[in-house]
Design a protein around this ligand. Structure first.
Ligand code: FES
Length: 118
């Protein structure tokens, strides 16, 4: 069974689990500020959920992620290593880092694998 390490917690998930659902089910806040209220709930259009630094086995980045993460306020040149949690399936142990910015577009870390959400 894979494990996810994020915001100072490590927990197991089913193979193929959706990363957004697994994080929310384990009490990890993926939204920055008011994005908690106005996110797309997982269809890949808002870009609010953008953990990056996924180290481990995940589904490949799909067309929704490629489109959304190349569109402002994200920048194609700085988003190549980033993912949308709602589009990511987990197949092995992963660590997750979350970045700041309303849309998660900044390069400042909000929380990492070993640091609690702030
Ligand atoms: S929840 Fe909106 S892009 Fe993932």
């Amino acid at each position: 069974m894979p494990t996810i390490t994020a915001a100072g917690k490590t927990f197991p998930c089913e193979t193929g689990a959706n990363l957004r659902r697994a994080l929310l089910d384990n009490g990890i806040d993926l939204h920055n500020g008011q994005a908690k209220l106005i996110n797309c709930r997982g269809i890949g259009s808002c870009g609010h959920l953008r953990p990056s630094g996924l180290n481990g086995e995940t589904s490949p980045r799909n067309w929704r992620e490629n489109q959304r993460l190349a569109f402002p306020p994200h920048r194609r040149e700085t988003s190549s290593h980033k993912r949308l949690a709602c589009q990511t399936r987990i197949f092995g142990n992963v660590t997750v880092t979350k970045y700041t910015g309303f849309w998660g577009q900044d390069d400042t870390i909000r929380w990492g694998p070993d640091s609690a959400a702030g």
